[in-house]
Design a protein around this ligand. Structure first.
Ligand SMILES: NC(=O)c1ccc[n+]([C@@H]2O[C@H](COP(=O)([O-])OP(=O)(O)OC[C@H]3O[C@@H](n4cnc5c(N)ncnc54)[C@H](O)[C@@H]3O)[C@@H](O)[C@H]2O)c1
Length: 306
């Protein structure tokens, strides 16, 4: 059984492959054309986001049985065509959960304590101590839209900070969870109205595209902060920018953008915005978990012992 690893994955995944009886090739820089030629020799490929597993590649994949993505989502894989050809497609949805959740808490603290802005002034040799009076998370209303893997982990952490938690999801959330973390499940508008921190952990769907728009922002408290680490298109960036400029909301922390890299300079330059380049899930631990999980799924699928 031959496995092709097409993108750079954590050494922990490579070590697991080495310790197995699998024959594998590690070609993290392989080009699309080279892959289309090479693919016919392999039963499995492991990718991250660089490699595109498109129809033209899959058409030549005569022996391929499984494509594994060491990451969340399968946007770079033609899943439908793979299915037509009987090829399994898997990813590692849990691997990034804790990384994104901790980053979200970091953004909430930065928004309310102005850590980034304070550091910037001092880097410019300005001592503006009096200007940076923050507020605390304890006692504030944490409002989550989306109570899946990441939403739940953020709720656990927000609960530990002593926040009051309200949330909305389209599926029923287990009672054990909501009672353990004192979560009040409510409708979407109510979360917008009451949240001090409005935090999004939904996938991008027809229903969630521009879920945060002018109308919803109008419902928010003027002192509220918006946090988005989900997908850029879940918010209407222009509407958020206008709201920030009019001081309609207090601030926004954005890790994801409608187009990436983002081009709306006035949004990135706005002092009420903390912009980060889609790094919420990027930790050594998450990369290790993703690589191990992807390799493990391939080995199990091909019944290769470790
Ligand atoms: N910034 C990053 O680096 C990064 C990393 C990993 C994941 N993500 C993104 O985070 C998001 C959440 O990931 P997850 O692992 O928690 O996903 P998940 O599938 O476990 O949870 C998503 C939740 O959203 C709910 N939902 C769907 N549509 C909804 C709607 N219209 N209103 C309310 N709730 C709705 C679902 O029922 C589900 O409970 C995804 O968009 C993912 O792409 C970002």
């Amino acid at each position: 059984m031959k496995i092709l690893v097409c993108d750079q994955i954590s050494q922990d995944g490579i070590d697991l492959l080495r310790s197995s009886k699998a024959e594998f090739e590690y070609v993290p820089e392989i080009s699309h054309d080279e892959l289309a030629v090479k693919i016919s020799d392999f039963e499995a490929i492991i990718v991250r986001s660089r490699t595109r597993v498109t129809k033209d590649v899959l058409l030549r994949a005569n022996r391929l049985r499984i494509v594994a993505r060491a990451g969340v989502g399968v946007d770079n894989i033609d899943v439908e065509f793979a299915k037509e050809r009987g090829i399994e497609v898997v990813n590692t949805p849990d691997a990034l959960t804790n990384a994104v959740a901790e980053f979200t808490i970091g953004l909430m603290i930065d928004l309310s304590r102005s850590i980034t802005n304070a550091a910037t002034t001092l880097r410019n040799m300005e001592w503006k101590k009096a200007q940076f009076v923050g507020s605390e998370l304890q006692g504030k209303v944490y409002g989550a839209i989306g109570v899946g893997r990441i939403g739940r982990r953020v709720i656990e952490l927000a609960h530990a900070f002593g926040m009051k938690i309200i949330a909305h999801d389209i599926v029923e959330i287990p009672k054990e969870f909501t009672s353990s973390y004192e979560v009040e499940m409510t409708n979407q508008d109510e979360v917008f109205r009451r949240a001090d921190f409005l935090d999004l952990h939904v996938p991008l769907t027809n229903e969630t595209r521009h879920l945060v728009n002018r109308e919803k922002i109008e419902m928010m408290k003027q002192s509220a902060f918006l946090v988005n680490t989900s997908r850029g298109q879940v918010i209407d960036e222009q509407a958020v920018l206008v709201a920030l400029e009019k001081e309609r909301i207090a601030g926004a922390a954005l890790d994801v953008f409608e187009t990436e890299p983002p081009t709306r300079e006035s949004l990135l330059q706005n002092k009420r915005v903390i912009p980060t380049p889609h790094i919420a899930g990027q930790t050594l631990e998450a990369q290790s978990k993703a690589a191990i999980s992807a390799v493990r799924q391939v080995l199990d699928f091909l019944s290769i012992k470790t």
